[in-house]
Write a protein that binds this ligand. Structure first.
Ligand code: AMP
Length: 298
């Protein structure tokens, strides 16, 4: 596995790796990109392993992108351990790691950003963290896609809104990269893996389990025939209110547009953000309300 730190080196390394893969038999060697902020866990590694099965060349970026952080303390506390990350990436089958510093990504005079308008970027995380968050995400992902020239890029369903924003960006800017969304990886107790989980004490971790529990309670209510979205949201909020999670939002929205719903009809997404102590966690689940005719009589 090779590690490069500049965009110029990334371009030439991807090209070399594609050529090497092509001479090994593939007609046109494909490249997959897994963008991460490091502090790798099995969620990131699942993206990498998925990329490995679908591409000749697997590139992982490791960059803690300052422009998507809305709190200086969150950025300062973000866990970083490059040596460990590189060992894990290599074991997951990554060929090439792009680990630039902030100067490389945002050199002096950098003045261009990608801005996603409309409710997609303004609701949920956009409302909670401020619209600059998704501008930061859209800009850095655009730069990473263009610098790597990847055919496919891999994102986690855990950051559902981020994945939808990225899909919007590649469609709108005609970036020829296919966006693949990989299901959320959870610990056996149900907590979604997150780089921020390392900040949780044992007690806080127990409290955090109210987040997946709230989501599962909503899914159970839907399975039992619940269709009124305000009721479903209340059922979830009640679970969180019973815990030490300080809820930022809990919403059941259209799974594609993320727009508010009153009655469940098609595919929906229940999304939560909350704090346990100073650690901010997000999670979500998607589900579909079956019509009364196929609901199995509930
Ligand atoms: P991050 O390093 O937190 O920016 O995450 C990098 C990528 O990994 C994003 O596409 C995330 O959605 C994805 N990811 C983070 N946690 C998980 C998880 N538990 N399961 C699947 N993907 C994840």
């Amino acid at each position: 596995m090779r590690v490069v730190r500049t965009v110029a080196d990334l371009r030439s390394a991807v090209q070399e790796a594609r050529q090497a893969a092509a001479t090994e038999g593939a007609e046109e060697a494909s490249a997959g990109l897994v963008p991460t902020m490091g502090a790798l866990h099995d969620g990131h590694l699942t993206l990498a392993r998925t990329a490995r099965t679908e591409n000749d060349v697997v590139v992982m970026s490791i960059f803690v992108n300052p422009t998507q952080f809305n709190e200086a303390a969150d950025l300062a506390a973000y866990p970083r351990d490059e040596e460990r990350d590189l060992a894990l990436a290599a074991a997951a089958g990554v060929d090439l790691v792009f680990a630039p510093d902030a100067e490389e990504m945002y050199p002096r005079g950098h003045a261009t950003s990608v801005r996603v308008d409309g409710p997609l970027a303004e609701v949920l995380e956009g409302a909670s963290r401020g619209r600059g968050h998704f501008d930061g995400v859209a800009t850095v992902v655009t730069k990473l896609l263009l610098a790597s020239g990847a055919d496919r890029a891999y994102f986690g369903a855990k950051d559902a809104q981020q994945a939808r924003v990225v899909q919007r960006v590649v469609a709108d800017l005609n970036i020829p990269t296919q966006i693949r969304v990989v299901p959320t990886v959870r610990d056996p107790d149900g907590l979604a893996l997150s780089s921020r989980n390392v900040h949780l004490t044992d007690e806080q971790r127990q409290a955090a389990l109210a987040i997946p529990r709230a989501l599962q309670t909503i899914v159970a209510a839907v399975k039992a025939g619940g269709r009124d979205v305000a009721r479903l949201e209340q059922v979830g909020r009640d679970v969180l209110a019973d815990s030490d999670v300080e809820t930022e939002y809990l919403a059941v929205v259209d799974s594609l547009t993320l727009e508010p719903l009153t009655t469940l009809s098609g595919p929906a997404l229940a999304a939560v953000a909350g704090r346990v102590g100073t650690t901010r966690l997000i999670d979500n689940v998607t589900f579909e309300a079956l019509s009364p005719n196929d609901s199995g009589g509930h």
